[in-house]
Each structure stands twice: as structure tokens, then as C-alpha cells.
Design a protein around this ligand. Structure first.
Ligand code: SF4
Ligand code: SF4
Length: 115
């Protein structure tokens, strides 16, 4: 069974432009939404995303909704732990294709890592 994992040198999910995430209000509480909006930079990327290294500058303190963890996905999306990998993989594909395209090295590396 495919297992989700984050790959290095990606960061596609840190592009937070709300127009790209029309479903946000369905899943986040008003407080979480407020926090989400406060993170969106003028270029649409999270203000905590470090572009040169493509890493999170506040990784250990990143918001609840940034965490790919069973309890977070169950609470926010109603995804049971048994379906976490499949759901998270689909989310990553969506973000990676949006940001880098299906022919990108990011797509290929993620595909290989989650086989
Ligand atoms: S889109 Fe997926 S693989 Fe890419 S940085 Fe985000 S969690 Fe990691
Ligand atoms: S807080 Fe970190 S993990 Fe969350 S969107 Fe921003 S850069 Fe990405």
C-alpha cells in the first residue's frame, strides 16, 4: 500500500493563495481561518516559507492545519487514520501539479517516494 511521505525541495503545499483553496471555510474554524489568512504573503506564498531552501522557517511550531498527522486529518477532514496515506498523497499530487506540473522533477520524486 502506498505510504505518504513529504519529499525535500518541494514546498508546493506552502503556496497558500486563498483562491487556490476555495474549500477552506468548510474545514477550518474562524480562528484557524484567521491564522491561515495571516500567513499569506503578497506573492501568495506562506510568509514562513524559505524559498532558497524550500523549507518551513517555523517547522516545529507550524500551525495545526499544516500537520500531516492522524488526529489533525480526522478532525479537520473526517479522514480516518486508515485512509490518511491515500488522502495525503492525493493532496500532495494536487498541490505539486498546480505548482510545478505533471512533468516536473517534484512530481517524479514524489511519485517514486510514495510507491
Ligand atoms: S506538497 Fe507534499 S511533498 Fe510537497 S512539501 Fe507539501 S507535504 Fe511535502
Ligand atoms: S507555516 Fe510552514 S508548513 Fe505551514 S504553510 Fe507556512 S511554510 Fe508551510
Amino acid at each position: 500500500m502506498a505510504k505518504w511521505q513529504c519529499i525535500k525541495n518541494c514546498g508546493a503545499c506552502c503556496y497558500l493563495q486563498p483562491g487556490e483553496r476555495p474549500y477552506l471555510q468548510e474545514f477550518l474554524t474562524p480562528q484557524q481561518l484567521q491564522l491561515y489568512y495571516s500567513l499569506v504573503g503578497s506573492d501568495g506564498w506562506c510568509i514562513h516559507f524559505d524559498h532558497p531552501t524550500r523549507t518551513c522557517k517555523i517547522y516545529n511550531d507550524r500551525p495545526y492545519f499544516c500537520r500531516v498527522e492522524p488526529e489533525v486529518f480526522l478532525e479537520l477532514y473526517g479522514v480516518p487514520p486508515s485512509e490518511l496515506d491515500e488522502f495525503a498523497i492525493e493532496c500532495c499530487y494536487e498541490h505539486i501539479i498546480d505548482m510545478y506540473g505533471e512533468n516536473s522533477s517534484e512530481y517524479q520524486r514524489f511519485h517514486q517516494a510514495t510507491q
